[in-house]
Design a protein around this ligand. Structure first.
Ligand code: SF4
Length: 180
């Protein structure tokens, strides 16, 4: 079955790719993440995703679209929090790409992270799958979080210190400073 894995980054894709291959899928990676700021960091993560794909012989498509203004406007105006619109943006694009390119099913590496809102990601992906008329594969990749960390370290991949957007980049310093 042709499966598209939306890759939020290289390191987070390490365990999902292993698990999907163990399950009998031949996944293709798809990088689409205009939520990553600043642009230099976006490029670094994109290059790391390509490096990862080469190291594990994973076919990959990268979408270099970088709609910074649109992302910031939607994140700032999001009534229920910026992460919800961030998941929606990326998963919608992945589902559309999968549908247009003959994939039967899609899933996302976002499901590996214990730091993301797993339930919201799952509900969003299921809704989008129905709306775009494509299957979504749910798998709780969080069980392999530490295994994925080990794989990414063994592959000597760059591991980013914050989620992605400029708000999360601020929070890693600002919140710590305020706690002190
Ligand atoms: S914290 Fe992460 S998931 Fe939430 S909006 Fe920022 S980049 Fe997206």
């Amino acid at each position: 079955m042709k499966l598209l894995l939306h890759m939020c980054c290289g390191p987070c894709s390490a365990y999902p790719i292993k698990r999907l291959r163990d399950m009998g899928y031949e996944p293709t990676g798809y990088f689409f993440n205009p939520n990553i700021h600043p642009y230099k960091e976006f490029k670094h993560r994109l290059e790391t995703a390509i490096e990862f794909a080469e190291k594990v012989q994973l076919p990959i498509t990268v979408d270099r679209e970088y709609t910074l203004e649109a992302f910031l406007m939607s994140a700032l105006n999001a009534p229920n929090g910026r992460c919800i619109v961030c998941y929606e943006l990326r998963l919608r694009q992945a589902a559309k790409f999968a549908k247009e390119n003959g994939y039967e099913v899609f899933t996302t590496s976002l499901l590996v992270s214990p730091y993301q809102n797993h339930e919201v990601i799952t509900a969003t992906a299921k809704r989008i799958a129905e709306e775009e008329n494509i299957k979504f594969l749910y798998e709780d990749f969080r069980t392999g979080w530490y295994e994925g960390v080990d794989i990414s370290k063994n592959l000597e991949l760059y591991r980013q210190p914050y989620c992605g957007c400029i708000f999360s980049e601020r929070d890693r310093y600002y919140k710590k400073k305020n706690k002190k």
